[in-house]
Design a binder for this molecule. Structure first.
Ligand code: PRP
Length: 206
């Protein structure tokens, strides 16, 4: 049996569709209920819905053999897993954004609000810019509006959240998408099963 951690929510639905099209269906997952684990014995797969930012933890620790996580999470937390395939779903970008009239005063420390502390630190270290990180857990766009930060580092997909809050992107610096990841020892001991699923998904992506 291959244990698969899927990201709960809109992206997860699309990801499951891909697994289904690749031949690894599990019809009970479509039933409207609050269950979290769904098994298809015949196909040898067991899916479970996980908070998107937790998928990599389940896979790294072997509670799931494979899973689907955003590249943002993989870059931010650097889990010890194999990245097998770009599923080309959930495409978005890591951006720096600010109020439209923002002008950077390089003589001052830049206040950066973000959920992605490590990504933001690495980005500004590369630029040699001194920053003060303000770690938030959501609604990051509020920070510059209320004067909590000068800029934000956050994910932009359609750009609607920025636009509707009178913010503008300054830099788009990492393209992001959903990735198939595997636990390192599962990749060795369940090599055939993982290769079969990965190959099936690859055909659907191309
Ligand atoms: C994400 C991200 C932006 C928004 C971008 O937030 O943090 O706020 O989506 O999408 P858009 O460019 O299509 O508007 P999410 O919905 O995950 O909620 P959050 O505020 O809790 O982070």
């Amino acid at each position: 049996m291959l244990n698969v951690a899927l990201p709960k929510g809109r992206l997860g639905e699309k990801v499951y569709d891909l697994f289904e099209r690749a031949g690894f269906d599990c019809p009970s997952i479509r039933e409207p209920n609050r269950k979290l684990v769904f098994t298809n014995e015949e196909k040898g797969v067991s899916y479970f819905w996980v908070k998107p930012s937790d998928v990599a933890i389940y896979v790294e620790r072997g509670a799931a053999d494979i899973g689907v996580a955003g590249k943002d999470i993989l870059l931010e937390y650097g889990p010890d897993v194999y990245e097998l395939l770009d599923l080309k779903l959930g495409k978005c970008e890591m951006c720096v954004a600010a109020k439209k009239d923002f002008r950077d005063d390089t003589s001052r420390t830049l206040r950066v609000a973000t959920k992605f502390v490590n990504i933001a630190r690495a980005h500004y270290a590369q630029l040699g810019r001194e920053i003060d990180i303000i770690k938030l857990n959501g609604s990051i766009e509020l920070a510059p509006l209320l004067g909590l930060s000068d800029v934000i580092v956050d994910i932009v997909e359609t750009g609607a959240t920025l636009r509707e809050n009178d913010l503008a992107p300054i830099e788009r610096f990492i393209p992001l998408s959903a990735r198939l990841i595997a636990n390192k020892s599962s990749y060795k001991f369940k090599a055939k099963e993982i290769e079969t699923v990965c190959g099936g998904l690859k055909e659907q992506v191309q």
